[in-house]
Ligand binder design. Structure first.
Ligand SMILES: [Zn+2]
Length: 328
């Protein structure tokens, strides 16, 4: 083949072009289809008659998770566990996926993602675009339910102009979580680094003041959908259990960080857990049950589509990720 034909066929790599003096100059290969986009970030499955849509908000990158991210493991232990699971220990990808449930009674969203971002190249804040791709209008959301009030879960309450992103939704919050973050004493005693988080909670919920409903352990949000007190990650962290006959689902929230961290190593105390000892006890209690009863689970920081079955594996657990299915 002529060199031109090879180039046209994309077979001449790396491309060596002749310089003016005839010497070869290496050119980096041009990316194939540089304007290509990923497929829209949503994934569906059914729980009994209910339809669950997992909607992707993007992922953050944490550099060097071997340093200070896990309180009770050495950098060597973290790096070796990550390597054993095929991960690059120099960075941690932290994904965010928001479950949206359609039941015969209502459309319910669990947490709201990071919210609108100003940087054009941001890797997070993709929830609105992916909701649109999934055909879910924020104005059609009847209830927004919260697992807890960290910024990556409440950011999406506000739209880009600072107004309510969900114009007609009831807002359901765990009463213990609300009590903690809204307590002026807690806010004023909080270490300097925590103060912005308290201010953020007040700002995000402000436009919804008249429609906030506080619920406790066991509260029924809708027929078959109940709150489960799962404290530790935050004081009022709450998961949700959906059941319809034999179909069951647990919306876990932040019972774990990535599965490779806190399912593989349920005893690892990650810095975001407010009470790591309680978080570990809660994690083991819930995942022992999910594994024994084979309850499908969704996890907010699990790799997209962030759901599957948790199985016991040695002294920890492993996520058996859900299959893609074109049949609902
Ligand atoms: Zn989180």
């Amino acid at each position: 083949m002529e060199r031109r034909a090879l180039l046209a066929a994309g077979l001449a790599a790396p491309a060596l072009l002749s310089g003016v003096a005839g010497e070869a100059i290496a050119q980096p290969p041009a990316p194939v289809q540089p304007d290509a986009n990923q497929a829209p970030g949503y994934y569906r499955f059914r729980v009994g008659p209910h339809l669950m849509t997992m909607v992707y908000d993007g992922q953050a990158i944490r550099p060097d998770p071997t340093q200070g991210f896990v309180r009770n493991a050495t950098p060597e232990q973290v790096a070796s566990s990550m390597r054993a699971q095929g991960m690059d220990p120099s960075r941690l990808l932290n994904p965010f996926t928001i479950p949206v449930l359609r039941t015969p009674q209502a459309t319910v969203m669990f947490d709201t993602g990071n919210g609108p971002q100003t940087a054009a190249d941001s890797r997070i804040g993709q929830l609105p675009a992916n909701l649109a791709a999934a055909g879910i209008d924020p104005a059609s959301v009847d209830i927004v339910v919260f697992t807890h009030f960290h910024g990556d879960h409440i950011g999406g309450l506000l739209d880009g102009s600072g107004g309510a992103a969900f114009p007609r939704a009831r807002i359901v919050v765990p009463e213990k979580e609300w009590a903690f973050w809204m307590d002026e004493g807690q806010a004023s005693r909080a270490p300097e680094a925590m103060r912005p988080a308290f201010a953020n909670v007040r700002r995000r919920f402000a436009p919804y003041e008249a429609r906030i409903e506080r619920v406790g352990d066991g509260a029924e949000i809708l027929p078959g959908l109940r709150a489960m007190d799962t404290p530790g990650h935050t004081p009022g962290h709450t998961s949700y259990h959906l059941s319809d006959g034999s179909a069951q689902l647990m919306i876990c929230g932040d019972l774990t960080s990535r599965p490779e961290f806190n399912l593989t190593n349920p005893g690892w105390h990650v810095i975001f857990d407010t009470d790591p000892v309680m978080a570990e006890a809660t994690r083991r209690r819930v995942f022992d049950r999910a594994a024994a009863d084979r309850i499908r689970c969704v996890g907010y920081h699990w790799p997209f589509p962030a759901n599957g079955y948790v199985v016991k594996d040695g002294s920890g657990y492993r996520l058996a990720p859900a299959d893609w299915s074109s049949v609902l």
